[in-house]
Write a protein of this length. Structure first.
Lengths: 237, 267, 234
């Protein structure tokens, strides 16, 4: 891949907020292909970890080293937030917005956005204000928008947390398509079933630390007691 | 800097303002404006001389200040002492008397201080002070205000107390206040006759020659402010001391009463 | 109470009869205040957006000053502009004193803080919403401001209209820098002041009602043209 931004070296990454260390130090390498699922109880630092890698958080210690200059890095990754952030515009305009930022002519951007919207099942609501969509539709919009620039890396922060079963299925289908097309995906989730379905490898966070990392199989055979307890449904201290 | 040019350009475009052709800016007092004489004179002036007189109606102090700053071409005032001081500072070329009207003491129709019985205005003022009757003063350094202060001085009284209320307003506004308070007030006859809210007030004292009020034209000094239309001011002055002006001024009546007496000396 | 009804009736007669003097001063009122609103919006709306989006050390002080400037006494602004534009002053040679342009300048100074302050307030909330997204999408500073200005346009319209409301009812500043010269710089508010001073309350009230009607008409027009309150959402 010409000018790939991967691999990303996460080197003793550490975040402090309000005097407390909420994340790290974490060391890890984001490379290869497929879907990495980040698991962990509430407050374990999953969201902070993803946001930090994407560049939304101020890093106090440690280093993030991408394989390309920052200007390229910014352009080639996307983020889907747990609660979708939608602009006060129509559905198709929302999806087209990243293209407009890139200087794509408006007409062309809207056509591309319409196609993307139809692919995720929003073809019927193209010109409605984004705010009137249901939860599931909003998240699909966010996903279509995140994918429209064909990013190399896609981060998702518990994208299905507030969605019903059907919407979750739809989202997972779209993610599968993106993965197959070559997008490297890193997503966090609460849903162990989803992790089993989608993950190529797993990161387990607890108390801001990376406790265990490994392939999907660690969900059946965890090596650390914390992960075992979590998988068992126990409340961790 | 950029913004100023932008605003200026926008303003010019919107309003085509800037230099007017035969326009003359004349600062006059509220007393003169209230008399209604301007509505009679200005159209005739334009017809006879082609000059459009733009009136700025402000207090005497402000009128003289505008003249000193060169923001108007001439001033029409009625306050001898202030005019002399203004001329002494080099702000104007000379003073040309045009006409005079008179002041009256307006007060409650029932005249509780009995100023109507006085023979001289100083006695009237003494009566008001003695009765501590509510009195509204212009308090704004205007020609009217200065006249009032001179009269208090001649009556030997220093007006101090709850009954003496200095409002700091123009003639019309001060009359409003007096009407609201049912108080006495010194006003020029024209403003009173033209005033629309007489309420319970009436003229309680008039006629003393000490109450005569001389109006004079003061051209702004072109040596000090080169841009003033001294030529137009001269034309205006010549017109104001002429026969047409005399006829219009003395013919101007309110409620059958002549307001001004023309006393300009011809050229 | 009688006076109010008479004033209303007088106002109706003036408007219905297309009284030429009324049309003249009402027209000038609109030109001056709309002109000032336009310029103040050009300055104040982007300023409000810029303040909402940028973080710098003096930000809180600037915002506090901006809010304080909203309470600028118009007559003080008028005095200030008079001193600047007077023939004896620094910009006297421009000959702007006692022209509608001077009135526009004074009103721009008065209402820009209002426009900027309200715009900043509205856009700050919108920015809090959009912040993560626009950074994530790698939008430049200019693109962020553009997005805020466009998506927040309804709130910005409110800011502009607030400025207009202040301008159309203002009298202290334009009295000083305009001079209330008949047929040149006389507008509704200065005419009302003049007639009130003459004790002509009926006419003053009538003009007051015309002024209110004018302000309402402008607001209705703007809302109609921008199709607000049409659908359920904005």
């Amino acid at each position: 891949m010409v000018g790939s931004i991967l691999p990303l070296q996460v080197d003793a990454l550490s975040l402090r907020r309000g005097g407390r260390r909420i994340l790290g130090p974490i060391s890890w390498v984001l490379a290869g292909a497929g879907i990495t699922v980040v698991l962990g109880p509430n407050g374990s630092g999953k969201t902070s970890f993803l946001r930090a890698m994407h560049g939304l958080e101020r890093i106090n210690h440690g280093d993030l080293q991408w394989a390309a200059p920052m200007s390229l890095v910014r352009a080639k990754q996307s983020f889907v937030f747990q609660t979708p952030i939608l602009m006060r515009r129509s559905v198709v305009e929302c999806i087209a917005y990243p293209l407009l930022l890139d200087g794509v002519p408006r007409g062309q951007a809207l056509i591309q956005a319409s196609d993307a919207a139809t692919e995720v099942g929003l073809g019927a609501v193209l010109n409605q204000p984004a705010q009137v969509l249901s939860g599931g539709e909003k998240q699909k919009l966010a996903l279509a928008r995140a994918l429209i620039r064909v990013p190399e890396v896609l981060f998702l922060d518990e994208p299905c947390a507030n969605l019903d079963g059907r919407s979750t299925r739809d989202i997972e289908a779209i993610l599968a398509v993106a993965r197959d097309a070559g997008t490297r995906i890193v997503m966090s989730t609460h849903n162990l079933g989803q992790a089993r379905r989608l993950a190529d490898d797993i990161l387990f966070l607890y108390n801001g630390q990376l406790v265990e990392a490994g392939p999907n199989s660690i969900l059946e055979t965890p090596t650390t007691p914390e992960l075992a307890a979590y998988l068992n449904g126990d409340l961790l201290p | 800097m950029m913004l100023k040019s932008l605003t200026f350009a926008a303003g010019m475009a919107l309003f085509a303002g800037g230099a007017w052709a035969d326009d003359l800016k004349l600062a006059v007092t509220t007393s003169f404006a209230n008399s209604g004489l301007a509505e009679v004179l200005l159209p005739q002036i334009e017809k006879d001389t082609g000059i459009t007189v733009r009136l700025l109606v402000v207090g005497t102090g402000q009128a003289l200040a505008l003249g000193a700053a060169g923001d108007v071409d001439a001033v029409l005032a009625h306050s001898r002492a202030a005019e002399d001081a203004w001329l002494a500072e080099g702000n104007g070329t000379h003073r040309r008397e045009i006409m005079y009207n008179d002041f009256v003491i307006v007060g409650p129709a029932a005249d509780p201080a009995e100023v109507g019985k006085a023979a001289l205005v100083t006695e009237a003022f003494k009566a008001i002070a003695a009765a501590k009757a509510p009195f509204v003063s212009r308090g704004d350094d205007s020609g009217t205000h200065k006249m009032e202060l001179v009269l208090w001085k001649e009556a030997g009284i220093e007006p101090v107390g709850d009954w003496y209320r200095a409002v700091g307003q123009g003639m019309g506004a001060a009359l409003n206040t007096a009407a609201g308070m049912n108080a006495y007030i010194l006003a020029d006859r024209a403003s009173w006759l033209n005033f629309g809210n007489k309420a319970g007030l009436a003229i309680d004292f008039q006629g003393d020659p000490a109450l005569f009020n001389q109006y004079a034209l003061l051209p702004v000094n072109p040596a000090k402010h080169a841009h003033v239309r001294a030529d137009l001011v001269q034309t205006l002055e010549d017109w104001l001391v002429g026969d047409t002006a005399k006829g219009l001024i003395e013919g101007h009546k309110i409620a059958e009463q002549q307001l001004f007496v023309f006393n300009a000396k011809p050229n | 109470m009688d006076e109010l009804w008479q004033g209303l009736a007088h106002a109706a007669r003036l408007i219905w009869g297309f009284d030429p003097d009324l049309l003249e001063i009402a027209g000038l009122s609109l030109r001056v205040s709309l002109g000032a609103t336009f310029v103040a919006s050009l300055i104040g709306l982007p300023l409000g957006a810029w303040l909402a989006v940028n973080r710098f050390r003096a930000r809180r002080v600037v915002i506090a000053i901006l809010n304080a400037l909203m309470g600028l006494p118009p007559v003080v602004v008028g005095l200030f502009v008079y001193i600047l534009l007077s023939r004896s002053g620094p910009f006297g040679v421009l000959g702007l004193l006692f022209t509608p342009t001077a009135m526009v300048i004074a009103q721009v100074i008065i209402i820009t803080p209002i426009v900027a302050s309200i715009a900043h307030q509205a856009l700050r909330d919108l920015w809090a919403d959009y912040h993560d997204l626009l950074i994530s999408l790698n939008a430049s500073r200019g693109q962020r401001i553009k997005a805020l200005l466009w998506d927040g346009r309804r709130a910005l319209l409110t800011a502009s209209l607030a400025g207009f409301g202040r301008a159309i009812g203002e009298v202290g500043a334009i009295m000083i820098v305009g001079g209330n010269i008949d047929h040149v710089t006389r507008v509704l508010t200065t005419a009302i002041a003049l007639e009130t001073g003459k004790g002509q309350f009926g006419l003053a009230l009538a003009l007051g009602f015309v002024l209110i009607a004018l302000a309402i008409a402008v607001n209705l027009c703007v809302h109609f043209l921008s199709r607000t309150e049409r659908s359920g959402r904005w």
